[in-house]
Design a protein around this ligand. Structure first.
Ligand code: FES
Length: 153
């Protein structure tokens, strides 16, 4: 194969790859979240409440810390962030644009989709920047001593 033929075929391949990615948007280009998953022994579910044992979750000690958990029996993923000394936010961990994960950005006080579109949500789950058009489900939280209660229903 001559150099020009090789470059032409490579150019076609590159154009196809980029074109496919643009057409599929977030479904094709995804990022990964660095937010850690907490272990199953760090929480319980009791009468519609998810109760996090903060003594077992050191990631939530500092302001700005965040963790994730997945309740497979409920097909539910949640991200929990410590937004201040005694304030926490729990949101459904599923971007409403394409279903990707979100992560907490404490320096901006937002939750941002890890995918290409980078939708941004505020601490109430509201959309700050699209392409997402609807907000993330927010769960009511209350801090009772060293337990964080998250109302699931
Ligand atoms: S999945 Fe597209 S911006 Fe989140």
């Amino acid at each position: 194969m001559h150099r020009n033929d090789f470059l032409k075929s490579g150019g076609v391949l590159l154009a196809c790859t980029c074109g496919t990615s643009v057409l599929n948007g977030c479904k094709a280009i995804t990022g990964n979240s660095d937010t850690p998953l907490i272990s199953e022994n760090a929480y319980t579910i009791n009468q519609g409440y998810l109760v996090l044992d903060l003594d077992r979750i050191p990631e939530l000690e500092p302001d700005g810390g965040s963790v994730k958990l997945e309740l497979t029996s409920r097909d539910l993923k949640i991200i929990v962030a410590r937004t201040g000394k005694n304030s926490f936010v729990a949101l459904r961990d599923q971007c409403t644009h394409g279903g990707r994960e979100v992560e907490y950005k404490h320096d901006e006080s937002i939750f941002r989709c890890v995918s290409f579109g980078h939708s941004k949500y505020g601490n109430s789950g509201e959309v700050i920047k699209g392409p997402a058009k609807t907000g993330l489900e927010k769960f009511t939280t209350s801090l009772v001593e060293k337990k964080l209660e998250i109302k699931l229903v």
